[in-house]
Design a protein around this ligand. Structure first.
Ligand code: HEC
Length: 160
């Protein structure tokens, strides 16, 4: 069972983290901080989670909640692709050539490249997240990204 499909488990309830809940104290936490928090909760509550579960949950939480309230980037920085990819943990779930949690960027490019409106379609899907296009595992939404950032990421994926 993938942790982000059922993240209303005991550990998350203890932390008061629920989808849609606005948690002032959790805003702006990065992946390392989320992972540290989840790891601490495991020890406190003796939850049976492996280290790799903890990594995955930390990754999910930072992607879904950590950046939610982030201030918009200054325009000069919006184009920094490496920063966008790493800050949003894209490469924790995607690789260029092979499927990890999500499909490889090459497979995505192949599916959409020839379509009219490919850029807009893919940018929209990155922002909204969702599931069912590639399998049952959902991709978290990235509502904190501007439309330029989404298009920048989509263009990069489509170039693979
Ligand atoms: C927690 C794991 C996870 C993270 C983090 C993640 N993705 Fe995904 N992504 C997925 C999964 C799973 C799918 C397949 C969803 C589906 O089947 O519809 C997916 C699908 C996609 C797609 C294909 C959408 C389509 O139109 O078919 C693109 C493009 C994409 N991701 C880009 C990104 C980018 C860019 C980031 C970083 C901003 C990112 N992903 C972060 C898991 C993730």
């Amino acid at each position: 069972m993938v942790p982000w499909a059922t993240h209303a488990g005991p550990a998350c309830q203890h932390a008061g983290v629920r989808p849609g809940a606005r948690q002032v104290s959790f805003q702006g936490m990065d992946q390392a901080q989320w992972t540290g928090l989840v790891s601490k909760m495991r020890d406190n509550y003796r939850t049976p989670l492996s280290d790799s579960d903890i990594q995955s949950i930390g990754l999910y939480l930072s992607a879904a909640y950590g950046s939610e309230e982030r201030a918009p980037l200054p325009v000069a920085q919006a184009g920094n692709l490496d920063d966008l990819l790493s800050r949003n943990a894209c490469l924790g779930c995607h690789a260029l050539e092979q499927k990890i949690v999500g499909p490889s960027f090459k497979d995505i490019a192949q599916r959409y490249r020839e379509q009219p409106e490919a850029l807009r379609t893919v940018a929209g899907h990155i922002g909204e997240g969702g599931s069912g296009r590639w399998g049952q595992i959902p991709m978290p939404p990235f509502t904190g990204l501007s439309s330029e950032e989404l298009e920048h990421l989509a263009r990069y994926v489509l170039e693979q």
